[in-house]
Design a protein around this ligand. Structure first.
Ligand SMILES: [Zn+2]
Length: 227
C-alpha cells in the first residue's frame, strides 16, 4: 500500500495576535504559532509512515497576501494528490475580548469521510484537552469545500484567551501526538511511538558519551556509545 499523504496547511493570516507571553519575548500571532505546531507535527507523522507536504510559512505582519497563500496551498495539495488536507488554525473570540475557550474543529458538511475523520480527531483531542471539544460541520470555508482531499480544519484553541493560548503553547507535542494518532487510526495504520534512547548493554562509566546519530532527514536516529 502506498504511504498515506497529508498536506499540512498552516494559518496564513497577517495579524491575529495571540495573548500568550512567549518565552522569546516576541509578539505571538496565529500564523507563527501554527507553523511552530506544524514543525512538531510533521516529523511525528513521518515516523508513522505518513508522507507530508507543508504549505507556505507566512511571516506575520509582512506584505504577503493571506488569501493567495491559502489558494496556493490548496492548489499544491491537489497537485500532490493528498489523501487528507490538514488545516491548522487557532480561533478568535466572537466578542473580540478573549472570552471564549474551547476546541471547535471543522469538517466539510457534505463529506462523510470528513465527518468520520473529524470524529476520530475529536476523540483523541478529548483525551488531552481539559475543556470542550466540539466537531463542527461547515460548508462555506474554502479549505473545506475546495480541496480534492478529505479536509480537516483544526481550531485548536482561542488565541485571544490567556488560559487557552497558554494551554496550546505548553502542550504542542501532546496535541501533535493526538493528531497523529487520529490520522493513523483514520488510515488504518499503527501509530509509532517516539523512539527512546536504548539502554547501553553495559553500565556506562564516567566520561563515556552516548550520542544520537541522525538519519539524513534528521527525523530519526540511533544511539551509540562513544568510547
Ligand atoms: Zn501564540
Amino acid at each position: 500500500m502506498a504511504a498515506p499523504k497529508v498536506y499540512l496547511s498552516p494559518a496564513m493570516h497577517m495579524a491575529n495576535p495571540c495573548v500568550y507571553p512567549r518565552p522569546d519575548g516576541k509578539q505571538c500571532y496565529e500564523a507563527l504559532e501554527n507553523n511552530e505546531y506544524i514543525d512538531i507535527l510533521e516529523p511525528i507523522l513521518n515516523r508513522c509512515g505518513i508522507e507530508t507536504k507543508r504549505g507556505y510559512r507566512r511571516t506575520p505582519m509582512n506584505g504577503d497576501n493571506g488569501n493567495a497563500i491559502m489558494k496556493q496551498n490548496v492548489r499544491e495539495s491537489d497537485a500532490w494528490g493528498a489523501d487528507v488536507h490538514y488545516v491548522s488554525h487557532t480561533n478568535g473570540s466572537a466578542d473580540g475580548k478573549g472570552n471564549s475557550r474551547g476546541c471547535y474543529p471543522m469538517y466539510y458538511t457534505y463529506s462523510s469521510r470528513g465527518r468520520k475523520l473529524g470524529q476520530i480527531m475529536a476523540k483523541y483531542r478529548r483525551q488531552i484537552y481539559p475543556r470542550t471539544v466540539k466537531l463542527v460541520a461547515r460548508s462555506n470555508l474554502y479549505e473545506l469545500y475546495k480541496p480534492k482531499a478529505v479536509s480537516f480544519y483544526e481550531e485548536h484553541v482561542f488565541h485571544d484567551n490567556m488560559d487557552d493560548a497558554t494551554w496550546f503553547h505548553t502542550h504542542m507535542k501532546e496535541i501533535a501526538e493526538s493528531a497523529a494518532k487520529g490520522l493513523c487510526e483514520y488510515f488504518g495504520i499503527p501509530y509509532v511511538e517516539e523512539t527512546k534512547p536504548a539502554e547501553p548493554e553495559k553500565p556506562m562509566t564516567p566520561g563515556e558519551l552516548l550520542v544520537k546519530i541522525m538519519n539524513s532527514t534528521g527525523t530519526c536516529g540511533t544511539w551509540e556509545l562513544v568510547k
